[in-house]
Design a protein around this ligand. Structure first.
Ligand code: CA2
Length: 153
């Protein structure tokens, strides 16, 4: 009998408000890489690790919460750059905790070297791992780590 190959692990990658402006505004802070470039980097990394990704961005808190709830049914892990919702959204924290999935929090910049109001992250309370300050490469690091978590669970 020929065994059915196991389905590839699927990672939902969510991006919060204003990240659609990456590469277009404030390059001195966020660099010149666009969100489309980051998605492409993520696709290359995912392909090399044989994992599937679902890459999304929204400026709306409720939309991100709906996607986290969707991930519970459709994904094996969540990579999230909560952007401006990092320090404000208990609702996103609650959705992540309810998802019961591994969560990796990514920030392009090192939030701890920036203004004090960026240092608090509610999301970190639900995060398995946190990557900050690695630029767009942080997303690739997160996919690599998530694929290891999926392989061992
Ligand atoms: O470093 C990160 O990835 C952040 O999550 C980015 C957020 C910021 O609020 C967090 O403190 C750290 C901001 C995302 C907005 O991105 C922009 C990109 C270009 C121009 C303006 C905003």
């Amino acid at each position: 009998m020929i065994a059915t190959p196991a389905a590839r692990p699927k990672i939902m990658i969510l991006n919060g408000p204003n990240l659609n402006l990456l590469g277009v505004r404030e390059p001195q802070t966020y660099g010149t890489t666009t969100l489309a470039d980051i998605e492409e980097l993520c696709r290359e990394t995912a392909q090399s690790l044989d994992v599937a990704i679902d890459f999304r961005q929204s400026n709306h808190e409720g939309q991100i919460i709906d996607w986290i709830q969707e991930a519970r049914e459709s994904a094996d892990g969540i990579i999230l750059n909560p952007a401006g919702f990092t320090s404000t959204s208990i609702a996103i924290l609650d959705a992540l905790l309810a998802s019961d999935l591994p969560v990796i929090e990514v920030h392009i910049t090192n939030i701890h070297r920036r203004e004090a109001f960026r240092h608090l992250s509610y999301v970190s309370k639900a995060a398995t791992a946190i990557i900050a300050g690695a630029g767009p490469h942080g997303y690739q690091l997160a996919i690599t780590h998530m694929s290891k978590l999926s392989a061992t669970s």
